[in-house]
Design a protein around this ligand. Structure first.
Ligand code: ZN
Length: 180
């Protein structure tokens, strides 16, 4: 281990439903610099520590347009690759189709519910080198991207549910499968 290593990642405190920051509209990042990269690293660590598949900056108390996503390999189908993204100012520029699935949120621990989303989306964002990229996503990855981008606009998945009777408290295992 290096002595005096200053870039060690940190696990941040996750904000829960009822915290007003989760209802704020997050502001764009003017640029991707070392402080943004450090924040994304800490969010990444926080997401993994909480066994989540995504995390947005408002969930750690910062109203900035920054998200991290980690969908493990084989999540939807056995041969699906792993998806890992750290995205600044992500924006959905195209959406089509519809899928309905179960979602959970790291800010609403222990609960899951059924939500309808676009089946596929194209997301425009800046990567951690500040380059503009486009991601074409479908299936679970598309759901996670829509869920995280919603967080940047103060929207929680429970706002998107058409049938609140599908909202239920579940075991840790079942929850972690879909927490984002
Ligand atoms: Zn969430």
């Amino acid at each position: 281990m290096m002595a005096g290593h200053e870039n060690a990642m940190a696990v941040l405190k996750i904000r829960y439903e009822g915290d007003p920051i989760l209802r704020q509209k997050a502001t764009k990042l003017p640029k991707v610099d070392d402080s943004v990269r450090k924040l994304a690293d800490d969010m990444w660590e926080t997401m993994l520590a909480a066994d989540g598949v995504g995390l947005a900056a408002p969930q750690i108390g910062l109203a900035r347009r920054l998200i991290v996503v980690h969908v493990p390999a084989g999540y939807d189908q056995e041969d699906d690759p792993e998806f890992s993204f750290r995205l600044a100012n992500p924006e959905i520029v195209k959406a089509f189709g519809q899928q309905t699935g179960i979602e959970g949120c790291l800010s609403i621990p222990g609960w899951i519910g059924e939500v309808s989303r676009a089946e596929a989306v194209t997301v425009k964002a800046l990567d951690m080198d500040g380059r503009q990229i486009r991601i074409k996503a479908s299936g679970r990855l598309a759901v996670v991207l829509q869920h995280e981008i919603d967080h940047l606009d103060g929207i929680l998945y429970t706002d998107r549910m058409t049938d609140l009777s599908t909202l239920r408290k579940v075991s840790e295992e079942e929850y972690e499968e879909v927490a984002e």
